[in-house]
Design a protein around this ligand. Structure first.
Ligand code: ZN
Length: 245
């Protein structure tokens, strides 16, 4: 598999549901069901393996923003008590959200395959010699159906970050952002999501805290200005020489 150069959010176009059946919040599920990656618009897909697709987020909230989706059907080998290997298909409804996945006995297997793909993106090579911090997590209360891991650079600088809830849902300390490692720890312990949707959604009504929690801002334009200045100050100089194209 050949990886294209990773694109910044501002270089990608929002993908549309044009020509797709069903409501917009099923768009990710429709992609997950594609049998062949060539059926996904070339501009949208970044990578794939037998179990996952990596695509650009349609409405990126950071300069790099990808989604990792478990594919449908998701087939794994399961060992019986007698040591016999059986191929089993994870029911798609178990992969509807992180809540339904953590209620499923397949949670460790599905998260394991997603995490294996995520590892390949933990070090973003943007080709510009800059080092990017990356965060990977789920929304405890997602806006679209079908499980998707968000992999984002930690700047939250994007034209498409327009509403308070956009910012708060990606803020690592508002509660609604569930890091991949935390989801895996819950799965390994056989635990479900610990809070109700309503409790998680309280995170979306919190003040606009800075990422380090040291202060709050009143409006979205103010928080965007803070994010832009923060990002610029973190990138005064490339950490290593830029690679030649
Ligand atoms: Zn999402």
């Amino acid at each position: 598999m050949r990886l294209p150069r990773l694109l910044l959010a501002r270089e990608t176009a929002p993908w549309t549901m044009a020509g797709q059946k069903g409501s917009w919040n099923l768009a990710l599920r429709r992609i997950a069901e594609k049998k062949d990656p060539s059926e996904i618009t070339r501009d949208n897909v970044i990578a794939w393996d037998d179990h996952t697709y990596v695509i650009y987020d349609g409405y990126p909230k950071s300069q790099f923003h990808f989604l990792i989706l478990p594919r449908i059907p998701f087939v794994i080998a399961e060992e019986s008590p007698q040591g016999k290997k059986n191929m089993v298909t994870v029911p798609p409804r178990d992969m509807e959200s992180i809540r339904s996945l953590l209620a499923s006995r397949y949670a460790p297997a599905v998260l394991g395959r997603i995490a294996a793909m995520e590892q390949r993106y933990a070090d973003l090579d943007s080709g510009d010699g800059l080092e990017w911090g990356v965060r990977s997590g789920f929304h405890a209360v997602p806006s679209m159906r079908h499980l998707h891991l968000h992999v984002i650079s930690d700047d939250l600088v994007s034209d498409r970050l327009k509403q308070r809830k956009h910012y708060l849902s990606f803020h690592p300390r508002m509660g609604i952002w569930l890091p991949l490692a935390e989801a895996q720890a819950l799965a390994d312990a056989g635990q479900r999501l610990p809070h109700t949707d309503e409790e998680y959604e309280e995170g979306l009504r919190k003040p606009l805290y800075s990422l380090d929690m040291s202060r709050t801002y009143n409006t979205v334009p103010e928080i965007k200005q803070y994010l832009l200045e923060r990002w610029r100050s973190m990138r005064v100089a490339p950490l290593s020489a830029p690679t030649k194209p």
